[in-house]
Design a binder for this molecule. Structure first.
Ligand code: DAH
Length: 314
């Protein structure tokens, strides 16, 4: 079969070569010469086509539909993928907070002006709104620029827990979006984790203890922590929370991990919670940064790059 195909291919080459001879044929005979060659070539092509079809069908192993099933045959070897490093780390973050007693609510990927700003005590037209480089859809929706967009919903939804003598303890991980100039430390799409805790006696000391415990559990070692004054319309006072980079991770200096503070009375009020009776603290920070420090990564763009070399490391 194969040698027949080879012969036909050879003949095809010879016919093609004959076309060049047309310049030696007297002009009046050229037409007939061409027609004859074309016919000859078509014959070879048809034969070649038939031979190739026959060969392909002969190579396909027929399936015997009446054969009994063979359950003990080995399964085909499938190539296994791995979880994206951020997915793995979000699972770890969520696991730590769950063990501390927090409920987990995933943050939305499309929200609105009210949850992004108004419910968080950003006055209309306040310049702090511009600090969030927010995307907007033509219908006026907002892909959230921070997970704080979830605060109002969660506070309102869990208000009855307070009235029943309990507390609100919820953590909200999710994907956020900002109209950033992308570079090694800025991405347009990244992940944050938000937390709220409300009770009759919540205070900053509890918050710092909780955050220390979270970071020490995540990095598996004792850490030095520090706060410095910050500004967020939805907390009063507002703080920035820093950790000293662990030497074991080959890093030095202080790194700002999140923003936090006591929830502003207006935010509680808007969610129907009486700020004279209950107090709360909230915090929110980037997950990408958390993971970058853990693995010593210097470029945030790797996470969204779909580079297999990078992803296979995890
Ligand atoms: N949402 C803020 C940001 O993305 C971070 C933040 C600050 C969250 C203070 C909070 C908070 O919950 O209390 O910059």
């Amino acid at each position: 079969m194969t040698s027949n195909i080879e012969q036909l291919k050879q003949s095809l080459k010879q016919v093609n070569a004959k076309y060049a001879g047309i310049k030696n044929v007297p002009p009046t005979e050229r037409k007939a010469f061409g027609v004859k060659l074309n016919r000859e070539k078509q014959k070879i092509l048809d034969a070649l086509d038939q031979a190739l079809t026959a060969q392909t069908s002969a190579e396909v192993e027929p399936i015997d539909l009446t054969a009994p099933a063979a359950p003990n045959q080995p399964l085909p070897q499938l190539r296994r993928g791995t979880k994206h490093p951020l997915t793995t780390e979000i699972d770890r973050v969520v696991d730590i907070y769950s063990r501390m007693g927090f409920q987990i609510v995933e943050s939305r990927q499309l929200d609105d002006e009210f949850h992004m700003f108004d419910s968080l005590n950003f006055p209309p037209g306040h310049p702090a709104r511009d600090g969030y480089d927010t995307f907007r859809t033509s219908e006026g929706f907002i892909p959230p620029a921070h997970t704080s967009t979830m605060q109002h919903r969660v506070l309102k939804g869990h208000r009855s827990d307070l009235e029943n003598g309990g507390q609100i303890a919820v953590v909200m991980p999710g994907r956020v979006f900002r109209n950033e100039d992308v570079d090694a430390t800025h991405e347009h799409t990244f992940y944050q984790c938000e937390g709220v805790f409300v009770s009759a006696g919540a205070n900053l000391g509890q918050m710092l203890g909780l955050l220390r415990q979270f970071f020490e559990t995540y990095y598996g070692q004792k850490l030095n922590i520090r706060t410095q004054p910050g500004y967020f319309p939805f907390t009063e006072p507002s703080l920035e929370f820093l950790i000293e980079k662990p030497a074991t991770l080959g890093a030095t200096g202080w790194l700002e991990m999140l923003g936090c503070g006591m929830i502003h009375p207006n935010v509680l009020k808007m969610a129907g919670i009486n700020p004279d009776k209950y107090r709360g603290f909230a915090w929110g920070g980037g997950i990408d940064r958390l993971v970058m420090l853990k693995y010593g990564l210097s470029d945030v763009r790797y996470f969204e790059s779909a580079k297999l070399d990078f992803l296979k490391e995890f």
